[in-house]
Ligand binder design. Structure first.
Ligand SMILES: [Zn+2]
Length: 142
């Protein structure tokens, strides 16, 4: 029986370090609006980026509770490029909304299936990133 690779739980770094790593991930991916992301918002697994990632990062830094910032910045990441999400980004670029919704459903669904692999140690519980070790962070939301 194959041994499962143990996934280490998330250990968050400082807000400054998480900010740097988050910016770097989007820069390396050549991210732009129309691309799929993981955890752009705490209660949604996969979303189309509607503005540059830098705008969302700045918003997290300026408007989210201090205790939440490092986790939000750690998990907000571009979905790795696949044929399905490249097609979606292409439809976005060309303002081709006739097929966008169908392509979004398909690309999001495959990104969701690949989430565990792409986001090791993630605290996402199917409804929020503020779960498990990070459940207490969203007390103020309740
Ligand atoms: Zn995740």
């Amino acid at each position: 029986m194959p041994t499962k690779k143990k996934v280490e739980p998330l250990k968050l770094r400082s807000i400054k370090e998480e900010t740097r790593a988050c910016r770097e991930a989007f820069r390396e991916a050549g991210s732009k609006p129309g691309d799929l992301t993981y955890h752009c918002h705490h209660g949604i697994l996969v979303e189309v980026l509607e503005e540059p990632a830098s705008v969302r990062i700045a918003y997290i830094l300026s408007d989210k509770a201090t205790a939440e910032k490092a986790l939000r910045l750690r998990l907000f990441r571009p979905v790795p490029r696949t044929r399905a999400n490249a097609k979606l980004a292409d439809l976005w670029d060309h303002d081709d909304w006739r097929f966008f919704e169908k392509a979004e459903v398909s690309a999001s669904s495959s990104a969701s299936r690949a989430h565990k692999q792409n986001c090791p140690g993630c605290s996402w519980d199917g409804a929020t990133i503020f779960a498990g070790d990070f459940a207490s962070l969203d007390d103020w939301l309740r």
